[in-house]
Each structure stands twice: as structure tokens, then as C-alpha cells.
Design a protein around this ligand. Sequence first.
Ligand code: 13P
Length: 260
Amino acid sequence: MRKKIIVGNWKMNKTHREGMEMLVHFLKLLDLELSLNEDSGKEFPEIVVAPPYLIVADSAVLAQGWDIKIAAQNCSSEKEGAFTGEISASMLKAAKVDYVIIGHSERRNYFGETNQLVANKINRALESNLIAICCVGETLQERESGKQFQIITRQIQECLFHLNNDQLSKIVIAYEPVWAIGTGKNATPEQAQEIHKYIRSVISGKYGKEISENISILYGGSCNPQNAKSIFSQPDVDGGLIGGASLNARDFIDVVKAIL
Ligand code: 13P
């Protein structure tokens, strides 16, 4: 059965001190409010926190012994060498990072990342045994002209379809409609379900039903404690990639609770 996963993407927020304080606060709330749930028979989600690079390694140390995992928000498409300012997938793995977000729309829009570059980064992540969270999603203009299915199909084909079955099973897909990110205008549960079901069918067309049923597909875009439950209750939504609401320990715990 596929995993439920909630990922908090802090983006470029929090100094080292702020980040560590927030993480300690979050872990205390997790212990107080959710440890009982682990024995309740309810399926407990994988909780993943994606802080900025400077906090990643210490967060991973802090996370040891807790039931949370750490993600990076990006990695280099190169293995190593003269690439000033870059961080490689193998460096992240050595820092005890488990996941890496790849192809976020902010990286695509502000840093010119193409599907080809995303595919290369996914290869580096898999070579280092990281779980890659591959982000896809359409812009408002693409949705308004009815192109969302076409855009998402292309992103999936060009970012993922070079992988074999075994490699694909180490991928998580995040559907993040660009028009919903940071806008306060989330996709409705029905809109999210429609696209998630479609993504699963695209995966099924290439990799078969069993693999498509086992891949986790997360929703991201203005997901918060108020709307999370209705979005997560959709059959093809396996969790969330949470931006703004993951910056506050209370809100992030409430989003996690919404999937229980
Ligand atoms: P918001 O939750 O702030 O809309 O951000 C979503 C996102 O981009 C997570 O990666």
C-alpha cells in the first residue's frame, strides 16, 4: 500500500537558530499530541521537513531518534567538481538527508529549470539513494486555456519516463498547481483529485497498474489546517507538500493531524 506523506517545505525562510527552535517545538508537539496515534491502528504518515541547506545537516542530527525525516529543497544535477555554489546529492546523503524536492515550480520559474535538468537531478538523487519528490503543476494561464493535462503529461514524461520500474518506485510525485502556491487559493478537493487520478493513469500507462497504485502523489498549494482534511480525504491524494503552513509548528502539526 502506498505511503501517506506530509512534507513541510520551508523555502528560503528561517535562520539556523529560528529553524532549530521551530523544529524542537514541533517535535515536542509531535510527542505530546501524536505519539498515542502510532499505536491506535491508524495509518501514521511519514513526516518530512525540508529546511534550507544551512539547517539541513543539524536538522538531520536532531531528527535521529524521532519519527521524522529530513529533505533538501534542491540538489545539483552534477555529481561533483567545479560547480561553485552547488550542493550534490551525495553530500546530502552523507548528511543523513532522506528526501530531496526536485523541480519545484519556483526553481523552474525563477532559476530556469527545465524538465531535462529536473530529470538529471532525479538521476543524481537516485544514485545517492535519496527519495526524489518530483514536482509538477500547471500555471494559471495553462489551466485557463485547458492545457493542464497536456502540461502535466509532458512534465511526467520528460522528468520521469527514462526511469525503470525499480527507480520509479523510489519517486514521490507532488502536484503543485502554480496558481495555488502562496496565493491562499488552494485547488478544491475535486480539482486535486481529478489531477492526481490523471497522474496515476499516466504512470499506469507506462509502468502498469501495480506501480501506479503504489506511488505516493502529494498535493501542494495553499494547503493549511483549515482545508487539509478535505483535500487529504480524496482517494488519490496521499498527503501534502506544505509551504507557508509548515513554518509554524502548531499549524504544521494540525496539517499532519488532518491526514489521520
Ligand atoms: P504554500 O503552501 O505556501 O502555498 O506553498 C506550497 C509549496 O510550494 C510547497 O512546496
